[in-house]
Design a binder for this molecule. Structure first.
Ligand code: DX5
Ligand code: ZN
Length: 218
């Protein structure tokens, strides 16, 4: 499995969004990672439907939408209509996770589940075969630019074992604090989709930084 790089648009320059989307289109990045925050599930508000609609007009790669919102079921069809290809909900925000996953797939998207740093991967034992992607949060969700939590490696290994033991096809995504310092070790532990926000967009040459992450992990 090749490793995918998913730049997080949260760290882009919102006053130059079209420029930054074009940069990602023309880079070796695989996906666009779009962080939707509601100020309730997480202590921050990011962007919502009108911005995603504008992004999807220009983006020509997979749109990976990470919902950090309560009661995400209310908006599954809306995000499908906006062009999301992967829709990730938080385990901690879903009372009926299995139902949410089925609804995401019925709307034509890949279904993702994100786990906060305090949530053990064993909560997915009974649903792993229904999940297209698990997003392991390697920071507490809500903000870009935070430091990577080292315990993440153990979680990735445990999740890789759970996936293999169940012959599942689930992708393992890492979100938060990803840099050239931890990317290789994350892939060695079993991850195959790396989200990177600040490391890409705050670098002098984002296109080269994406290429460097791609090179390191493939
Ligand atoms: C955090 C978001 C992340 C964030 C990552 O809540 O889910 O996707 O944009 O940003 P960096 O790579 O700067 O940690
Ligand atoms: Zn995210």
């Amino acid at each position: 499995m090749t490793t995918k790089i998913a730049p997080s648009i949260l760290a882009a320059d919102f006053a130059n969004l079209e420029r930054d989307i074009t940069m990602v289109n023309n880079s070796q990045a695989d996906w666009f990672h779009l962080d939707v925050m509601d100020g309730v599930f997480v202590p921050n508000i990011s962007f919502g439907m009108p911005v995603i609609k504008a992004i999807s007009k220009h983006a020509n790669k997979t749109l990976d939408v990470h919902l950090m919102i309560v009661d995400p079921d209310r908006y599954i069809q809306t995000f499908a209509d906006l062009g999301a290809n992967v829709l990730t909900v938080h385990y901690e925000a879903c009372t009926h996770l299995h139902r949410s996953l089925q609804a995401i797939k019925a709307a034509g998207m890949q279904a993702g589940v994100a786990l906060n740093p305090h949530t053990n991967i064993n909560v997915l034992e009974d649903t792993i075969n229904d999940i297209d992607l698990v997003c392991i949060m390697s920071v507490n969700p809500g903000f870009g630019g935070q430091s990577f939590i080292e315990q993440t490696y153990n979680k990735v290994k445990a999740l890789r074992k759970l996936i293999n033991d169940n012959n599942a096809n689930t992708q393992i995504q890492i979100d938060g604090g990803v840099t050239s310092k931890n990317a290789e070790a994350l892939v060695a532990a079993g991850a195959n989709v790396l989200v990177a926000g600040s490391f890409v967009f705050k670098s002098d040459d984002p296109t080269t930084t994406i290429a460097q992450l791609k090179e390191l992990t493939n």
